[in-house]
Design a protein around this ligand. Structure first.
Ligand code: 6PG
Length: 234
C-alpha cells in the first residue's frame, strides 16, 4: 500500500508557497546529487500560482529540464498548450522546457510514439512528477475509458503515449500525449496539487478502492513506488 501524506492549507496561495518550496528543494537536491534536475509539471490551472512562485526561486535554472506531464495536441503557442503555459514562466529563467508534441503531427498515436522517443533520452527516473487531478479522477492525460489500461499497464519501458479521451474533456476537447505509468510512478518524488472538496473526495475514494479503482489517479497512487505527498487547499 503506497504511503500517502496529505498536506492541507488555508487557501491556494498558501499551498503555492509550500509546494513551490518543496519543488525548489527537490531541484536543488537533484543538482547537488547529479548535476541536473529533470522534472515533469502538470498543466491545467491549479499549478499556475505554484509556478509563478517557483519561478522567483534563486536556482541554477540552466541545469533544470522541465517536461509537461501531458500535452494537448495543438500548435505551440495555442492557448490550450501546457508546454506554452510552462515555457512562458520558466524559459525566461533559463530552464529548458521540452515540447513533447511534434508540430507536424500525423495522428495522436504517432505523436505519442515521437514523445516516447524524446522522453527516452532524458535521465530516468524523473526527479519529480507534479500531478493535477480532474473531477473525473483523471491525472496527466490519463482519463477513465479506453486509454486507461493502455496508459497504465502498457510496456514497462514506455514513458509516453498518445491518447484520445472519450468523451473529449470540455476544457480541452483535443487528443493528447501523456506520460505513461512508468513516466509517473517511478519518479523520485511524486506530488499532487489539488483544490476543492470534490477533487479531494475523488482522491480519497480512489485510495480506498486501491489498484481496482476506476479512477486513473487511484491506479497511479496504488502503483506508486515511493511515498506520495498530496497538497490540498479548499
Ligand atoms: C491537463 C492537465 C490535467 C490537469 C487536470 C486538473 O492537461 O489538463 O495536465 O491533468 O492537471 O485536468 O486541471 P485543473 O488544475 O485546471 O483543474
Amino acid at each position: 500500500m503506497t504511503e500517502i501524506e496529505w498536506w492541507e492549507y488555508d487557501d491556494a496561495a498558501e499551498m503555492a508557497q509550500a509546494v513551490a518550496g518543496d519543488i525548489q528543494f527537490i531541484i536543488e537536491a537533484a543538482i547537488d546529487a547529479r548535476g541536473a534536475a529533470v522534472i515533469a509539471l502538470s498543466g491545467g490551472k491549479t499549478p499556475i500560482p505554484i509556478y509563478d512562485t517557483l519561478s522567483k526561486a534563486k536556482l541554477d535554472w540552466k541545469r533544470v529540464t522541465i517536461v509537461p506531464t501531458d500535452e494537448r495536441i495543438v500548435p505551440l503557442g495555442d492557448a490550450l498548450s501546457n508546454v506554452t503555459m510552462i515555457a512562458k514562466t520558466f524559459l525566461p529563467k533559463g530552464a529548458r522546457v521540452m515540447p513533447i508534441v511534434p508540430q507536424a503531427t500525423a495522428d495522436y498515436k504517432s505523436a505519442g510514439r515521437s514523445a516516447d522517443a524524446l522522453m527516452q533520452d532524458l535521465h530516468w527516473p524523473l526527479d519529480l512528477c507534479l500531478l493535477g487531478v480532474g473531477g473525473d479522477g483523471h491525472t496527466a492525460s490519463i482519463f477513465p475509458g479506453p486509454d486507461f489500461d493502455e496508459a497504465l499497464s502498457g510496456p514497462k519501458e514506455r514513458r509516453a503515449l498518445g491518447v484520445m479521451p472519450e468523451p473529449l474533456p470540455p476544457e480541452a476537447p483535443v487528443a493528447r500525449v501523456t506520460l505513461s505509468r512508468e513516466g509517473i510512478v517511478t519518479a523520485r518524488a511524486l506530488m499532487i496539487a489539488v483544490t476543492g472538496q470534490a477533487k479531494r473526495d475523488v482522491i480519497e475514494q480512489s485510495i480506498k478502492q486501491g489498484p481496482s479503482s476506476p479512477y486513473p489517479i487511484g491506479r497511479v497512487l496504488a502503483d506508486a513506488e515511493l511515498p506520495v505527498d498530496i497538497h490540498w487547499a479548499p
